[in-house]
Design a protein around this ligand. Structure first.
Ligand SMILES: [Mg+2]
Length: 325
């Protein structure tokens, strides 16, 4: 029961899901689904990613299509709201309204400290008790990170600042930052793990306090669990702007981790205008269960012709990079 390339391509559906708000400069999210004996797998590397970087995403999709899961350990997964790098006040208010009952908000920053401070303040105006996590995507220099984190802590967030995700790009800078930072702010690592050639070989000691775990870029649920055990750090399960199929795999990981102390970034379906399954956020959490995938919705958002061909070729090329099992 091992999915072949021919079977994967025969089951391939390519989707273009319209976004409700611009995120990562995207208005439409293109992604691909393959199906095997265990159900749908999602292959969703962003279109600009290289074949090599897309390889763990394919392994993750194959695992989902091929392998069955162990029993879940919990029934509810707490969720954070996700606010893009926008300073449109009405848009921020609207986005927050999509996340009923959440007590944690992740805010994209790094677009200029004035705008960042204003964005955080705007979120705090609507949800003054919420924990705030900011995601810099590694875009600050070490000096900027020191100044900006202190400004955010002192001027707008205070102790509601739960953590700063990937403030600087490299492992060395993360270690230096943690030594130099005066405010007692936790640092989370995302790209430092998921962009690493070998995420098991990265020594995260003294660099970060919290690890972001994303199923697709880390090569699947099992590998993400193995990485959590290997690095011995508290984790936040997050997603990569995937459809309901990919989100359900993030939920499956979150439901199976022995410890889960933080809200998870699995509420990004709210950023889509339409999705292929309905995974509602109720009282700030998502219930762990099998959410049906709506075939009519797949058909409605399906791409044929040149885009289908592009994804077929991409999957074939990436498949050929796989190591024999
Ligand atoms: Mg991130």
């Amino acid at each position: 029961m091992s999915l072949t390339l021919e079977e994967a391509l025969a089951s391939l559906r390519v989707l273009a899901l319209p976004m409700r708000t611009t995120f990562r400069s995207l208005d439409v999210r293109e992604t691909a689904l393959i199906k095997g004996e265990s159900g749908w797998g999602e292959f969703a590397p962003f279109v600009e990613y290289s074949d090599q970087e897309s390889l763990p995403w394919l392994e993750s999709a194959i695992e989902a299509a091929d392998k069955s899961l162990s029993p879940a350990l919990r029934e509810l997964i707490p969720i954070n709201a996700t606010v893009p790098a926008s300073n449109n006040e009405a848009e921020i208010e609207q986005i927050l309204s999509w996340y009923q009952g959440v007590d944690t908000v992740k805010i994209k920053v790094g677009t200029g400290i004035k705008e960042d401070l204003a964005r955080i303040q705007e979120v705090r105006k609507h949800l003054p008790k919420a924990k705030i996590r900011i995601d810099v995507n590694g875009s600050w220099s070490l000096d900027d990170a020191l100044i900006n984190i202190n400004a955010i802590y002192n001027e707008v967030a205070g102790d509601s600042l739960e953590y700063v995700e990937q403030p600087v790009a490299s492992l060395g800078e993360l270690k230096q930052l943690r030594e130099l930072l005066s405010a007692s702010v936790k640092i989370a690592g995302d790209e430092v793990l998921r962009k690493a050639v070998d995420p098991f070989a990265v020594n995260l000691e003294g660099a970060i306090d919290i690890l972001m775990l994303k199923v697709s870029p880390l090569g699947g649920i099992k590998r993400a669990m193995d990485l959590a055990i290997h690095h011995k750090l508290p984790v936040v399960v997050s997603s990569a702007l995937e459809s309901a199929v990919g989100i359900s795999h993030g939920l499956a990981l979150a439901a199976r981790l022995p410890e889960l102390d933080y809200a998870c970034g699995l509420g990004t379906s709210a950023l889509f205008n339409q999705d292929i399954g309905d995974i509602p956020i109720i009282d700030g959490a998502i219930k762990v269960k099998n959410y049906p995938i709506d075939i009519a919705q797949i058909e409605r958002h399906e791409l044929k012709g040149e885009r289908l061909e592009w994804w077929r070729n991409r999957i074939s090329r990436v498949w050929n990079l796989r190591r024999p099992a």
